[in-house]
Design a protein around this ligand. Structure first.
Ligand code: CP
Ligand code: NVA
Length: 319
């Protein structure tokens, strides 16, 4: 693999994304035997991966910890607040020091610059476990979930309704890279980064697929194969939550949108969900929902990422 870190989804070439999904599917198929006590996976034997989280997490933190353990490595969960980082030690010094102890860093933080600094100074592979700008591991799991459902991306469209945030950015770029059409519908003032949209459009054009952005969720949902949403208030934006509740009115992923989607359309959400806000309970908990498969797929794609970056196996080489 040519990349050492996964700071954003574009650190992976389109063929690497597809190879990682294939690796993830293989690791998923092998898992029942592994957890039943079969021969251990030794991909990360002798290696320690620090999981540094400066924001809360359920899925990412737990799935990465399990992923490292199942690959035969040692996960080292670290909370930013418990480190000297929380008392003002620089991110550069933190990276320099951690890089002397561990063979990989999985980091959830705020600005992309903090992540880059850890990668530059740590000297070990760094994986983005969510920043304000991107959530690439989520996007890989999202793609795997869509591919599981439909067999391929060709001719398929995913509609994302809501905030043009970190999840939307990685999803736009990842989907466009593999030829999955994307429509985004957002309220005024919550558009995804125009540079991300422009880049996604260029990537989509190479596949003959489309990226559209509008303020009309119903039109965007019409005929779509997958409907996706995320919270209206992301971590770190809590003081905006009252205004956001007002601004996102009419952008709930509900039965009306699902009825407009294609027959057999599925519903995705990165979770955590707020029933009655960005998604109705009946849709989130209904038969079209694939959110638990999507959450499980985080584990499988992250094993593939860790095998490639920290284990030196893949993408496409862990068959
Ligand atoms: N989807 C996701 O990243 O969830 P967590 O915040 O629980 O990790
Ligand atoms: N956009 C959300 C995703 C949570 C997994 C956030 O950043 O809080």
């Amino acid at each position: 693999m040519t990349v050492r870190s996964l700071l954003g989804i574009l650190d992976l070439a389109p063929d690497e994304v597809v190879a990682l999904l294939d690796d993830a599917a293989r690791l998923r198929a092998a898992r029942p035997a592994l957890v039943a006590g079969g021969p251990p996976d030794t991909t990360l034997r002798g290696r320690t991966v620090a999981l540094l989280f400066e924001k809360p997490s359920t899925r990412t933190r737990v799935s990465f910890e399990v992923a490292v353990a199942e690959l035969g490595g040692t996960p080292l969960p670290l909370s930013g607040a418990e480190l000297q980082l929380g008392r003002g030690e620089t991110v550069e010094d933190t990276g320099r020091v951690l890089g002397r102890y561990v063979q990989g860093l999985v980091v959830r933080t705020f600005g992309q610059g903090r992540l880059r600094a850890l990668a530059e100074h740590g000297g070990v592979p760094v994986v983005n476990a969510l920043t304000d700008a991107e959530h690439p591991c989520q996007a890989l799991a999202d793609l795997l979930t869509v591919r599981d459902e439909f067999g391929s991306f060709e001719g398929r469209t995913l509609t994302y309704v809501g905030d043009g945030n970190n999840v939307a950015h990685s999803l736009l770029l990842a989907a466009a890279s593999v030829g999955l059409g994307v429509r985004v519908a957002h309220p005024a003032g919550y558009a995804p980064d125009p540079a991300v949209v422009a880049d996604a459009r260029d990537r989509a054009a190479a596949h003959g697929s489309e990226v559209t952005v509008s303020d009309d969720p119903l039109a965007a949902a019409r005929g779509a194969d997958a409907l996706y949403t995320d919270v209206w208030t992301s971590m770190g934006q809590e003081e905006e939550s009252v205004r956001r509740l007002r601004d996102f009115a009419g952008f709930q992923l509900d039965a009306r949108l699902l009825a407009a989607a294609a027959d057999g359309a599925v519903v995705l959400h990165c979770l955590p969900a707020h029933r009655g806000e960005e998604i109705s309970a009946e849709v989130l908990d209904g038969p079209a929902s694939r959110v638990l498969d999507q959450a499980e797929n985080r584990l499988h794609v992250q094993k593939a990422v860790l095998a490639a970056l920290v284990g030196g196996v893949g993408p496409g080489a862990s068959a």
